[in-house]
Structure formats: structure tokens, C-alpha cells
Design a protein around this ligand. Structure first.
Ligand SMILES: [Zn+2]
Length: 260
């Protein structure tokens, strides 16, 4: 049984349906060290993480993470993303999956491979070591890879069978996300201080992050200094990864690497 996304009825335009061709990806995200459940690293200093954004069932909508994986998912119909994360003392564990049902052009433009993905099904579980998956699957999971690895349809089917057999803990992950966001806000005034963002993410924010006609698309997505200047308000901000919105003025796609 997988979670249906109550807060996200199938998105309308500009979202388009993704045809599932059976294959998928293993995708690694950074674990939140303060959390009881292995949620993404919300409190990562100068690099607060927004993906996987399980509260909206999206990936790459709010962040600039893994553009090549997102582009290939859209071009090949590799619709299943199996998420892994590392917990202290436990190594990499399998935490959840998305079945991607829709995609839309992100704010950096499809020329940059920037597609936002939205799940029509997802499920997060008590994290499982790769060794507990079926023969042939556990080996694939344990071959060293950095952040992403394509997997074939037979591997996807076997992993889904394992997911089907265990309880759904998505609501525990969601509650933990809220708890950590609240903790961060009580400390800094912001749920996501490096984003200048007071609250968490909801579907009502989604439209703000999709590409608008006339948006610039040519910004590099790395800054050697970790600093970015906003072409709109001229503030210089610090964040390891490119942010889609300026944390000061809130404009989309205005940040450029500073002082290379
Ligand atoms: Zn600005």
C-alpha cells in the first residue's frame, strides 16, 4: 500500500503526464542528523535541503539538485526513484520511493535540464539495509556510486515487491519534517535560514518555482566562493548550491556566482 498524496491532486498545466517505461533510479540524499526518521538534511548549514520534498511529493521543483537525473527521467520514462540515505553507524539505507507521474519545466529552463518532477505515488518506510533486498538487487545497491544510479525494470519490480510488504511510515517522516522545521525556526526565525524561508513547502508555492515566460535561464549552477549576487536587488547571499529564488527579494532566477 502506498500513500496517496492528499495535498496534491494531479497537477494541471503546465504539468504533463510522464509515461512509465519501467526503469528508474537509485538516488541518495543527505540525512538530517537531528531527526528520528531519516528525512532530508533540513538544517544543513548554508545549504538547507528541500529535496526529496515528500510533503509535496516533488523533486527538483524547489531545489537545483540532480539535474541530469531529472532530465533523463523525463526523456526515458525512468519513473521510479528509490531513495537512499546514510545514517551514522548504519551506512546507506533504503528509505522510500517516488513513482513519478508528472513533470514540468523548472525555473532554470529545459535547456538546462531543469525539470520539476511530481509523484503520483510515494512511500517511505522503516529504513532497510541493501543486504535485505533480493539477490541481484542488494548487489546493485551496494556497488559504490555517488548520488544517483540508473536501474532497470526488473530491479525496480523487485524493489517495489519489498516496499509492498512493509508498513507505510510516510506520515512519521512528514511529522518529523515539521518538527525539525519548527526547531530551526525557533532557533533562527526561519524554517530554512539559508533560503530566507520562514515556513515549509506546500503545493501553493509550486507555481512560484516553475518557469515563467521571459525568465533568464543562463545562470551557472555553481559558485566557487559559495556566494551569489542577485541581479534584481544586488544583495550578495551565501549558499553552497544555487537557489532558484533570491532569499532577500524573492525574485526567481536572478542569482549569479559572485567573485569567482
Ligand atoms: Zn534579490
Amino acid at each position: 500500500m502506498s500513500s496517496s498524496l492528499s495535498s496534491s491532486a494531479p497537477p494541471g498545466a503546465p504539468w504533463q503526464p510522464l509515461k512509465d517505461h519501467g526503469s528508474g533510479y537509485l538516488s541518495v540524499y543527505l540525512n538530517e542528523p537531528l531527526a528520528r526518521w531519516p528525512i532530508r538534511e533540513v538544517t544543513r548549514p548554508s545549504d538547507n535541503k528541500s529535496d526529496p520534498n515528500i510533503e509535496t511529493g516533488t523533486y527538483g521543483l524547489f531545489s537545483t539538485c540532480e539535474p541530469s537525473m531529472r532530465r533523463i527521467i523525463v526523456s526515458t520514462g525512468a519513473a521510479t526513484i528509490v531513495f537512499m540515505t546514510s545514517r551514522p553507524g548504519a551506512g546507506r539505507l533504503v528509505a522510500g520511493y517516488y513513482h513519478v507521474g508528472w513533470f514540468a519545466e523548472g525555473s532554470r529552463g529545459q535547456e538546462k535540464g531543469d525539470f520539476a518532477l511530481a509523484a503520483d505515488r510515494l512511500k517511505f518506510i522503516d529504513p532497510v539495509p541493501p543486504s535485505e533486498f533480493a539477490e541481484g538487487v542488494s548487489e546493485v545497491m551496494q556497488v559504490p556510486f555517488r548520488t544517483q544510479k540508473p536501474i532497470g525494470a526488473a530491479i525496480v519490480d523487485s524493489i517495489m515487491a519489498t516496499f509492498d510488504a512493509v508498513p507505510d511510515r510516510t506520515s512519521d517522516y512528514l511529522a518529523e519534517l515539521q518538527r525539525i522545521e519548527q526547531f530551526s525556526k525557533s532557533r533562527s526565525g526561519y524554517a530554512y535560514p539559508s533560503w530566507g524561508r520562514e515556513q515549509g513547502f506546500t503545493w501553493s508555492d509550486a507555481g512560484d518555482y516553475l518557469r515563467q515566460p521571459g525568465d533568464p535561464v543562463d545562470a551557472p549552477n555553481s559558485s566557487p566562493t559559495g556566494e551569489w549576487r542577485c541581479s534584481e536587488c544586488d544583495h550578495v547571499i551565501s549558499n553552497r548550491a544555487l537557489l532558484k529564488r533570491c532569499p532577500v527579494c524573492g525574485k526567481l532566477a536572478t542569482l549569479r556566482p559572485e567573485g569567482a
